[in-house]
Design a protein around this ligand. Sequence first.
Ligand SMILES: Nc1ncnc2c1ncn2[C@@H]1O[C@H](COP(=O)(O)OP(=O)(O)OP(=O)(O)O)[C@@H](O)[C@H]1O
Ligand SMILES: [Mg+2]
Ligand SMILES: [Zn+2]
Length: 280
Amino acid sequence: MKKEEERPVLKVEGLTVRYGKGCPHCLEGGALLKNTCPQCRTVWACRAVDAELYPGEILGVVGESGSGKSTLMKSLYFDFPVTEGRAWLTSYKEGGADIFHQNLQQKKYIRNHIMGMVYQNPVLGLRMDYSSAGNIAEKLIAAGGRSFSAMTGRVRELLAAVEILETRMKEPPRYFSGGMQQRVQISKALANNPAVLLLDEVTTGLDLSVQARVLDLIRRIRQEYGISILLVSHDLAVIRMLADRTIVMLDGQVIERGLTDQILDDPQHPYTQQLVHSLL
Ligand SMILES: Nc1ncnc2c1ncn2[C@@H]1O[C@H](COP(=O)(O)OP(=O)(O)OP(=O)(O)O)[C@@H](O)[C@H]1O
Ligand SMILES: [Mg+2]
Ligand SMILES: [Zn+2]
């Protein structure tokens, strides 16, 4: 939970991502249709997003489809360059360096040592033809792992933590169910003991019972490892169960932020009110 005197482990300021070149109209701040420039069709997927993630906290990110949630996550993981904006991680150069303006090697270091990512689409996060153990070993090697026996032990431990049976660790994720694939992604994301875990719709599309197990797993991870988690979901029930604080996105902008209970019980912005009430 956030305490006022604590420093955020991750701070994001003015994150803007645009898909397209822009034109005089939108570059000068002209009106958009939702997130799209009516003149040049450039998509402004994230617009001046500010966020702070505190130690051990789960920060929820909600919003309708296309509101920019995955774009936010992917740009934090350097999959996609930001158009504008800055971000700092306490565990990188003691929070003194903007991570977006580092060279490729430094960004790789941050990805491999400080962050873990679970993609909405498992195909983006896993090599479907490698063994599951191999997927995790790859991340360990990227983070500097050299000793085969140490890595084998660690792979076992990580798969056990997400309840994947040892007898199945040689199988490629291609043969796994959706819930198991997400659990392999989670164990891969945890491989380097990241300070920050990015989870993008980890439970979407899973059966309710499988979903419950994954939610439970996330709770346990937070408890056992004290990791700070940025959790994207369009499912308010998931957000209510897991997130301490929440930001609400609409058309690329953060329109509301606060304690999750406050936002869900007493939403202030008309869009959030509609979102919450459509569920009742
Ligand atoms: N590579 C791309 N090129 C062009 N536009 C894109 C690209 N990726 C995403 N977009 C657009 O950017 C906007 C934000 O997309 P994003 O995937 O971040 O939304 P989201 O909130 O994650 O949605 P969902 O809940 O459906 O996953 C959308 O309008 C989308 O069409
Ligand atoms: Mg998404
Ligand atoms: Zn334009």
